[in-house]
Ligand binder design. Sequence first.
Ligand SMILES: Nc1nc2c(ncn2[C@@H]2O[C@H](COP(=O)(O)OP(=O)(O)OP(=O)(O)O)[C@@H](O)[C@H]2O)c(=O)[nH]1
Ligand SMILES: [Mg+2]
Length: 218
Amino acid sequence: MRAVSDLDLDKYDADKQVKIICLGDSAVGKSKLMERFLMDGYRPQQLSTYALTLYKYSSTINGQTVLVDFWDTAGQERFRSMHPSYYHKAHACIMVFDVQRKITYKNLPIWYKELREYRPEIPCLVVANKIDADTKVTQKNFSFAKKQGLPFYFVSAADGTNVVKMFKDAVQMALSYKRNSNDFMDEVMRELENFDLDTKEESSDKDEETQEGKPDSA
Ligand SMILES: Nc1nc2c(ncn2[C@@H]2O[C@H](COP(=O)(O)OP(=O)(O)OP(=O)(O)O)[C@@H](O)[C@H]2O)c(=O)[nH]1
Ligand SMILES: [Mg+2]
């Protein structure tokens, strides 16, 4: 088994190579989302059976090939803390919770705090997964993302809803961050404000959180 420190992190300095990490409680669907997105044509490359999985993705954007490494872990999540090298040189973060388990939403501030300790500036997408399990859930107002000024996505790894859009945005944001440009991020934020997902408007100002920024378990 290779230790994370053995990985060649310098490669992420190359122009068109980005690293995107995934955070969130255990069983929210991080791995299933990656598998859903990468299913056709890209096979996950497993570096370690229990510590870290690296999913390789390449895409041609404006005639240029972009290489993306999606980092995914298992196991450590239960401590809600990652090894610093997990964050090292990451260009974007996908932060996932499970709409079926409120606690995973309430834990987002813990993940977000640690992310910002290591990577204060990188784009971070907030992802509500498993919306297939409850069609009404998209009417709920999960305000954490809005409060933090982060892009928010309702997705389902099971039926694929919004998965490609979310990942493609993540790649673009990572590239845009690498180029020190906020243009794409601004564009996405504008677009998501008008994004409808074929459902009703979110109307209520009600919050899923009981205490702002204070999860009820730590
Ligand atoms: N209904 C439904 N179930 C899902 C969805 N995504 C994942 N699951 C289920 O949730 C469970 C956990 O998914 P994983 O992708 O393994 O979760 P994870 O976040 O990678 O979990 P760890 O590796 O333990 O951190 C599995 O049983 C999946 O089948 C989804 O969109 N809808
Ligand atoms: Mg996993």
